[in-house]
Every structure is written in C-alpha cells, then in structure tokens.
Design a protein around this ligand. Structure first.
Ligand SMILES: NC(=O)N[C@H]1NC(=O)NC1=O
Length: 174
C-alpha cells in the first residue's frame, strides 16, 4: 500500500484501518485525517507525535490508561485488541509460568498504585527479561519522568503498528 492509497482513503476507511495505531484511541486517527495529503509514513508519524505532545499531562495520562497491562487481566480473559495480543505474544507474555504471572501482577499493581497509570513498554522491542527489569527499574522514577518515558514507548508501539499496516498488505480491507 503506497502513500497515495493512504491519501485516497475516506475518513471511515482511514479510521477503520488506523484507528488502533494508538491503543484504543481512534480519536488520534480521526484527528490526523484532516492533515491529508501525507507525504509519507514519517509525515503520518509526525502528526501522531504532534497530537500526543499537544495533550495536557492529564490527557497524556488518559492515553496511557487506554493501554492494557502486560500479562494482565485482558490477556488472561482473551479481551486484548489483536495488535496488543500479537505484541504481548511476541514478547513472551503469553507463555509465562504461574510464578512469572504473579510477579508481573505484583509489579504492575505496584506501578499503577504509584503512578496512577499502567506500566507501558514497547513489547515488540523487549523480551520477558527486559520487561521485568525495566518495570522494576522504572518504579523508582518520579511521575513526570515516567509519564514522558511511557509516552515515548507509546510512540514506538504506534510507529511499529503503522508500518505493519502499510507495509504488510493489510490493504485487503480497502
Ligand atoms: N502495557 C503495555 O505496555 N502494553 C502494551 N505494550 C505493547 O507493546 N502493546 C501493548 O498493549
């Protein structure tokens, strides 16, 4: 799918295709559609980044709260989005033993209690050991630093999702 095909999408098609590029936040694709025509994927990413950075601190935290825990309740109950399930699976989160699941639950709860939003990391770029290590380390940060780090992870997740859609030929929907 090339950029001219992206630019030719109707609003409805665009949001259907890119609505979950930022987890459970279709407002972002709804907003950036107005910026067509896009020059390339980097241009789309720049608009996503611009939107996210324009949010207030509470808006950014709201965006973070749209993300499911890693190895959390949604994974156990099968209610993850397709994208999140694939990412969590790739990072080994779907193949944890019971002790590892308990550890993730304990660390995720501690994190959420401290910061008021879930721990977020780009699962495709990290394995199980990285995730546990980073989660333990990041618990020591302050809230503002963690908010910014988490937003950077959301941007990495979104970039990989965007590239995956455009380059992998999910255009069958079009
Ligand atoms: N909590 C969290 O990091 N969630 C996620 N990370 C990722 O790569 N996909 C997700 O859903």
């Amino acid at each position: 799918m090339d950029i001219s095909a992206v630019n030719a999408l109707t609003y409805e098609e665009f949001v259907e295709l890119f609505g979950n590029v930022v987890e459970k936040s279709p407002i972002i694709s709804a907003a950036i559609w107005s910026h067509r025509p896009f020059k390339d994927l980097t241009d789309i990413e720049a608009h996503i980044t611009e939107f996210i950075h324009s949010l207030s601190d509470s808006g950014k935290e709201g965006l973070l709260r749209c993300h499911p825990d890693l190895a959390g309740r949604d994974l156990q109950s099968g209610t993850l989005t397709r994208e999140s399930r694939e990412e969590q699976s790739q990072a080994g989160m779907t193949a944890l033993d019971s002790a590892e699941i308990l550890l993730m639950h304990r660390l995720n709860s501690e994190y959420k209690e401290r910061f008021g939003f879930p721990f977020i990391i780009c699962a495709r770029l990290n394995n199980k050991a990285d995730i546990v290590r980073r989660l333990s380390e990041r618990l020591k940060n302050d809230r503002a630093a963690e908010r910014e780090l988490a937003i950077e992870e959301v941007k990495k997740i979104s970039s990989l999702r965007l590239h995956n859609i455009v380059l992998s030929g999910i255009q069958t929907k079009l």
